[in-house]
Write a protein that binds this ligand. Structure first.
Ligand code: PMP
Length: 358
């Protein structure tokens, strides 16, 4: 039975990735051993993690002599504090664009390490839009953005710099989904569990030239320089998550890389938003210009139809469209691995609801 999985993360991954991963659980690389039981220092796994790190850079169009990719643990949430612990201190200032819960969490962690200012916020309208960046008359060492706001369904299109500030970006829910000049970022991080792979690993991409500016008195597990030096092997990495992420990045390369998948992502988002705008039973939550192509948030114009719509989704094997618990409504996450056919099915169900009440 085909389930159309619109879950926000952990989320759908390509079927062929699941198949390859399940084979590796039983017999990895014809070793007669499971991927789950081999040493992370075995040559076979070292090759996987090195290849995955290089492939991540290649897919983002970044040069391996300018950037380093590492896999760490602790989710994107640990990056909220790691970025600040490595690059902030009481004499430095970081500017944050407050675009929702995740940005706010990053702000509150960074405050433990140095000065933090908000360079814009959309809190006044429940984070339904991307605010302009306010030009602050003060030196900002780095700016922190959340490129895609998973809960609210907003997505940034531009990433302004302030003076010579570095640009750090939480790309947890849209990395590898669209063409961007990734060279404009000094540090990118993303929890794996959307467009990268299974939960457990977190990808961090750092511009090499900023590493020398990092603080030095940092606990080892949180120290970017140390993890980079040890090639992402300071301690035992999340072996299975890294392996499946590698399979998924290989799948992405087969789709034509970011450019290839972006064309499909555009079509999925366009069709779904068109239906939301056409169908009077529904309305979109996010400001039109700021709509996300990964997380589509919408609501029923009449909430009395909630049970009926939920049942229709259930009967049609549509799963995971419930909005985040903090905002309610609906959210269809249409990540890289979700087929256009699943979006078509969701649209059919929305039209069925409309028909039932004509
Ligand atoms: N940032 C964004 C944009 C997210 O969507 C999420 C989780 N959905 C996080 C950070 C937190 O990620 P984690 O659970 O990996 O800590």
């Amino acid at each position: 039975m085909k389930v159309h999985n619109f879950s926000a993360g952990p989320c759908i991954l390509p079927q062929e990735v699941f198949e390859k991963a399940s084979k590796a659980v039983l017999n990895f690389n014809e070793m007669g051993l499971s991927i789950l039981e081999i040493s992370h220092r075995s040559p076979e796994f070292v090759e996987v993690i090195q290849n995955a790190r290089l492939l991540a850079l290649e897919l983002l169009g970044l040069n391996a002599s300018d950037y380093t990719a590492i896999f760490v643990q602790g989710g994107a949430s640990s990056q909220f504090l790691m970025t600040a612990q490595n690059f902030l201190n009481p004499n430095k200032t970081a500017g944050f664009l407050n675009t929702g819960t995740w940005a706010a969490k990053a702000i509150s962690e960074a405050k433990r390490f140095g000065n933090v200012i908000e360079i814009g916020s959309s809190q006044d309208k429940d984070y339904t839009y991307i605010p302009d960046v306010v030009n602050i008359n003060r030196k900002v060492d780095y700016i922190h953005y959340t490129s895609n706001n998973t809960i609210y369904g907003t997505q940034m299109k531009h990433f302004p710099k302030l003076g010579n500030s570095h640009v750090f970006c939480d790309m947890s829910s849209d990395i590898f989904s669209r063409s961007l000049d990734y060279n404009q970022f000094d540090l990118i991080y993303a929890g794996a569990q959307k467009n990268i792979g299974p939960a457990g690993a977190t990808l961090v991409v750092i511009k090499n030239e900023i590493l020398s500016q990092a603080n030095t008195d940092i606990p080892s597990m949180l120290n970017y320089n140390l993890i980079v030096e040890r090639e992402s092997m300071f301690n035992t990495p999340p072996v299975f998550s890294v392996y499946v992420s590698y399979l998924n990045l290989l799948w992405l390369k087969d789709q034509g890389g970011i450019k290839g998948i972006e064309a499909v992502n555009e079509m999925k988002a366009k069709n779904l938003y068109q239906e939301i705008d056409r169908n009077t039973m529904f309305f979109g939550v996010a400001n039109k210009e700021d709509r996300s192509k990964m997380n589509v948030t919408f609501r029923l114009t009449n909430e009395n139809f909630t049970e009926e719509f939920d049942n229709l989704c259930h009967e049609n094997n549509i799963s995971g469209v419930k909005g985040h618990r903090s905002v309610g409504g609906y959210r269809a996450s249409i990540y890289n691995a979700l087929a256009l056919a699943s979006v078509v099915k969701l649209i059919e169900v929305m039209q069925k609801l409309e028909k039932n009440h004509k």
